[in-house]
Design a binder for this molecule. Structure first.
Ligand code: MD3
Ligand code: FE
Length: 219
């Protein structure tokens, strides 16, 4: 067996490693890769109850990423604005429970980054198909910015843009791939950020599709 073959065969058994970015942000490379199949199953269960949908921005644009939520609070946007609410506007029902495998992963990652008491009450699921992107924005609809955000990338790779405190600050490009988990704490919490357009690169688990989970303490 060649070295290349065994590397590929056991790619999801790679040991995670930490890469500090700046200002309290740390990338836990491959931290979630061994949990990929179980996380995908949980995404499918949640989105049977709360379907993925492309929401409208307050300015009337349709977001290119499709979204769904789980946990007590869900993030939504429509012509009225951005907000967290306890019901899914599509179904009128409360959001699905946050799967234990989601909460455990978010808490483990946050603890690894120095936040042992992180208790997410909202998880946003973003699905990117080829051509989807997310422009530079800040996450500031939460009440307590001392709480970090934990993000989990699954499936196709993407280039993340890590900007500054102003929209005009030139962003740093950070490639994110399957299993990478980022904990955004400290002053990185309010940095502008976004992702470049997803290319059509198939991943064995998801096909040409990327999921991103973001865990937040909304209230
Ligand atoms: C840095 N999602 O859902 S994840 C979002 O790939 C969002 O779906 C992107 O931005 C995605 O709001 C980026 C990385 C991320 C998430 C939240 C952050 C980076 C962040 C909050 C503050 C600073
Ligand atoms: Fe964001």
């Amino acid at each position: 067996m060649t070295a290349d073959f065994s590397d590929n065969l056991f790619a999801n058994l790679e040991e995670p490693w930490a890469e500090p970015l700046e200002d309290g942000a740390v990338v836990l490379r491959r931290f979630a890769s061994a949990s990929g199949p179980a996380l995908l199953d949980a995404i499918n269960r949640v989105t049977e109850q709360a379907p993925l949908r492309q929401m409208q921005t307050p300015g009337g644009h349709t977001m290119s990423a499709a979204m769904a939520c789980c946990g007590p609070w869900g993030w939504v946007t429509d012509r009225q604005g951005y907000r967290y609410q306890q019901t899914d506007p599509l179904t009128g029902q409360t959001w699905p429970e946050m799967p234990d495998i989601f909460r455990d992963l978010a808490r483990d990652a946050a603890a690894r980054a120095g936040y042992p008491d992180f208790e997410p009450d909202a998880c946003l699921i973003n699905r990117y198909l080829p051509g989807a992107r997310m422009g530079l924005h800040q996450d500031k609809d939460e009440t307590d910015f001392s709480q970090p955000i934990v993000s989990v990338s699954l499936g196709s790779p993407i280039v993340f843009q890590f900007g500054g405190d102003r929209r005009s600050d030139r962003p740093q490009k950070v490639p994110l791939e399957h299993g990478d988990v980022v904990v955004w704490g400290g002053s990185s919490r309010l940095r502008y950020h976004g992702v470049l357009t997803l290319k059509s690169l198939a991943h064995p688990l998801t096909g040409a599709c990327r999921y991103n989970l973001t865990f937040r303490k909304a209230r």
